[in-house]
Design a protein around this ligand. Structure first.
Ligand code: SF4
Length: 378
């Protein structure tokens, strides 16, 4: 029999539904609204792992649920690191695809966060279509969006494995979260709601390559999630070399969207900026960046590029890194420069999945691209 050309659709999971969805489902099947509340309480407060454990629901309702929904957490293929260090989880999805999730302990100082909370770096797609020139996730192209359950499931599975609650989430794993806006928005609701996982909206950061229309849509949802922009260039000429998406939404269009964000959210955003020697590390770029950051109420997170043998880009020397960050701080911008040698957190973007897939012979990559993937991420 010939292999199907497209993978089977994901089975409907209990973790795909918001409370409103459950109310609608219960109503359709002739059950009162409070049944929906009981179901989400079993799922997110009591964290049961089967319908049989939902003992205040009738046998009939439990059987109906079992007919309609899957009830499995994401199975992980591999976990590296320990609970005291950055831990990487590789999950296999129902169609055999792999995604990664990175658990960052409080002492890893992610983006200067001193809140003493564990952060989870979550994936939103399998692969990515945007091909940022420093990032692993776009190497094999875009495969598909993650479902709501696959996004929420990363949090539930890691919490179950580690036994500790996640209190910070960054959408900086594989994929462009705003290209999967419908599922992202539902997942954010489940993650944030007091009937769900109950993570504060201000402790969830959505990082984007700069999809302007989607930034404007996300700005209008009534939730104070945070926004990070993978900027990496302060002028179109420079950013075009690093971020192909800039040819679709140039900086003027992007900044217009950020202004809409600020009009709605009135909060500080973050510009992520990988420093690359001779490409975007000049003080002229710093000057333009400082003006942009000031007018858009943004802080700047500088990440020195990891030099890769065989590729032309290089990491600027420390003096240039210091000059760049000092220029920004002297201009009154809140800016941090990642100085530590370890690159655990950067490894979040695509690296782990690529290693696994290559080991399994699923994809083969030329040496420079693999090297690029292992060294840099957003
Ligand atoms: S940085 Fe983000 S948008 Fe760009 S290729 Fe990587 S995952 Fe995609």
């Amino acid at each position: 029999m010939a292999a199907p050309s497209t993978p089977p659709p994901a089975p409907k999971s209990v973790f795909d539904l918001t409370l409103d969805d459950w109310i609608g489902w219960a109503d359709y099947h002739g059950h009162p609204k409070f049944r929906a509340k009981q179901i989400v309480q079993w799922l997110y407060e009591k964290r049961v792992s089967s319908f049989d454990e939902m003992t205040n629901l009738s046998q009939d309702l439990r059987a109906r649920l079992a007919d309609a929904f899957e009830f499995t957490l994401l199975p992980h293929v591999r976990v590296t690191g320990s609970t005291d260090t950055t831990q990487k989880f590789l999950f296999r999805l129902h169609d055999g695809r792999l995604i990664e999730t990175v658990r960052i302990p409080a002492n890893a100082n992610f983006h200067g966060d001193r809140s003493n909370r564990i952060t989870l770096c979550v994936s939103s797609q399998v692969g990515c279509a945007y091909d940022c020139k420093f990032c692993a996730s776009g190497l094999a192209g875009f495969t598909r969006n993650l479902t709501v359950a696959e996004i929420v499931g990363q949090v539930l599975s890691v919490e179950k494995e580690s036994g500790e609650p996640i209190r910070n989430i960054v959408f900086m794993g594989m994929g462009e979260p705003l290209a999967n806006l419908t599922n992202l928005t539902k997942a954010l609701e489940i993650l944030n709601s007091d009937w769900g996982i109950n993570i504060g909206a201000r402790h969830m950061t959505v990082s984007t390559s700069g999809l302007a229309p989607q930034i404007e849509k996300l700005a209008k949802i009534p939730m104070q999630v945070r926004l990070a922009i993978s900027l990496h260039g302060a002028t179109d000429e420079v950013r075009n070399q690093i971020m192909p998406v800039n040819q679709r939404y140039n900086l003027n269009r992007l900044f217009e969207a950020i202004q809409t964000w600020q009009d709605h959210k009135k909060q500080m955003i973050t510009f992520e900026y990988i420093l690359i020697e001779g490409i975007n590390d000049s003080l002229e770029q710093a000057e333009v960046l400082a003006k942009r950051a000031k007018s858009l109420h943004a802080k700047v997170n500088l990440i020195p590029y990891n030099t890769v043998e065989g590729l032309p880009w290089k990491r600027p020397d420390e003096a240039q890194q210091e000059a760049f960050v000092n220029f920004l701080t002297n201009a009154g911008i809140s800016a941090t420069l990642r100085r530590e040698k370890g690159h655990d957190i950067e490894a979040a973007c695509g690296q782990l999945r690529l290693q696994e897939e290559t080991a399994e012979g699923i994809i083969e990559r030329s040496t420079p691209e693999v090297k690029r993937s292992i060294s840099n991420s957003r």
